[in-house]
Design a protein around this ligand. Structure first.
Ligand SMILES: Cc1cc2nc3c(=O)[nH]c(=O)nc-3n(C[C@H](O)[C@H](O)[C@H](O)COP(=O)(O)OP(=O)(O)OC[C@H]3O[C@@H](n4cnc5c(N)ncnc54)[C@H](O)[C@@H]3O)c2cc1C
Length: 404
């Protein structure tokens, strides 16, 4: 059989998860020709098998990027504002709140910290948005099979044998990125023996647009506000614990699971009722040794993975995307050049490494179950969130008004 003719494009995005689809929207809006491939077609219905039931809390810098690329208008009607971030230490003998720290976005500006959106809905709206961009071709069912880079282009073979030459190959193909492996970039991984359950709950008390992290041991239990469900206040939950405990919890009969999660939430919103399936996510930290190679940029989980603490994961990914988009748009003729890619790597890697280290420390502190470490952890939380300059610094980091 004769080989497929080679197709040329400005940008090939390997991976159509939330990050890859966002990248396709951003580069499409900037006028580049874009092909985005993913072997797994996106699941866009919450009830369907394989739906991603996590939610993403988008912080202000991410919102600004989505506004610039014309996405936010479509997403805003589905988003719930995050006005207050509440950190609760429930590390005493009984699972009761013993220290509560509130950070109010009103202390910084009249905008909320960010907005929360379900991941399955993000995929649905991103696909609809991409359908209106003539210069973007999304090809579900196709993966990146082979990568060869040259000075002038990345030469990619797709899983159906098609061949693509791209001036820039963007790896957004997840934590085990095939492109990262193909271009020979290693990664450092920190393991915790921890997993997360992600699901939705309803509760009698309104959430008041407060996002709450409850710390005890094993990892944080986080409630993030969602729109009402079946006429009742509703929140997304991420519950992190050691692997065997997650397996035990996931196997409990529904009533026992509801009792366990209500206790673990320190009853802050009253008795919790399960409003979705449970989904299980492995927790690691990982950072690629470099974020670029010849004609190739790594972004999102292909470049960095963090435990879901402080809503950093996808927000860091959108910071990757913003810089790539800005560099590409500032000088379209040098798209994918060594200078552009070196700038990207040098700017993003130190910032990401600092955040990976900080979130790793917070996760280990939250996992610690021994009383002495519990005290130390409460002290760390106190220091991080209450000492005014540190607190302001952290808040600015989230709000994107600082140097981070
Ligand atoms: C429980 C939990 C809660 C979270 N909450 C938040 C939050 O509130 N805020 C936040 O900012 N972040 C959050 N995160 C992090 C965030 O969800 C992730 O950063 C994000 O979903 C990862 O997106 P991604 O597109 O990089 O990776 P993925 O979603 O893994 O997408 C990678 C894609 O690449 C595709 N792929 C694989 N192989 C190939 C191939 N050969 N060719 C092409 N494509 C390929 C896969 O099919 C997949 O669709 C959370 C994470 C967890 C675990």
């Amino acid at each position: 059989m004769p080989p497929h003719p080679r197709e040329s494009t400005d940008i090939l995005i390997s991976g159509g998860g939330v990050a890859g689809l966002m990248a396709a929207s951003a580069f499409g809006a900037a006028g580049f020709s874009v092909i985005c491939v993913d072997p797994a077609p996106p699941v866009t219905d919450a009830r369907a098998e394989g739906a991603d039931l996590r939610t993403t809390a988008f912080l202000q810098p991410a919102i600004r990027l989505m506004q610039e690329i014309g996405l936010w208008e479509r997403l805003a009607p589905h988003a719930t504002p995050l006005q207050i971030m509440r950190i609760v230490d429930a590390g005493g003998p009984a699972p009761e709140a013993r220290q509560v720290h509130d950070f109010d976005a009103a202390d910084l500006s009249d905008a909320p910290f960010g907005w929360n959106l379900p991941n399955w809905l993000l995929r649905r709206e991103l696909l609809a948005h991409l359908g209106g961009l003539g210069n973007v071709s999304f090809r579900p069912g196709l993966g990146t099979a082979h990568v060869l880079t040259r000075e002038t282009a990345a030469l990619v073979r797709l899983s159906d044998g098609a061949r693509v030459a791209a001036r820039l190959l963007v790896a957004a193909d997840g934590r085990n990125s095939p492109v990262r492996t193909a271009v020979g970039i290693g990664a450092t991984t920190l393991r915790y023996g921890q997993k997360a359950l992600a699901f939705a709950v309803t509760h009698p008390a309104p959430h008041g647009n407060v996002s709450t992290e409850v710390h005890r041991s094993g990892g944080p239990f986080t409630l993030v506000p969602l729109p009402d469900h079946a006429g009742r206040p509703c929140s997304a939950v991420v519950w992190m614990e050691r692997g065997p405990e997650i397996r035990r919890l996931a196997a409990l009969p529904r009533a026992d699971f509801e009792a366990a999660m209500t206790e673990r939430s320190a009853r802050l919103l009253g008795p919790l009722t399960l409003a979705s399936r449970l989904t299980v996510w492995p927790i690691i930290s990982r950072i690629a040794e470099r974020f670029s190679a010849e004609r190739c940029a790594l972004m999102a989980e292909a470049a960095h993975v963090v435990p879901p603490i402080g809503a950093q994961g996808l927000n860091m990914s959108l910071a990757d995307l913003r810089l790539l988009r800005d560099l590409a748009a500032a000088s379209p003729e040098t798209l994918g050049s060594p200078a552009m890619l070196e700038h990207y790597h040098r700017s993003r890697w130190p910032d990401v490494r600092a955040r990976v280290s900080g979130i790793d420390a917070l996760n280990r502190a939250s996992m610690a179950g021994m009383p002495v470490l519990r005290e130390a952890r409460a002290g760390l939380l106190q220091l991080l969130y209450s000492a005014r300059p540190v607190r302001k610094g952290l808040m600015r980091l989230g709000m994107g008004t600082g140097s981070g």
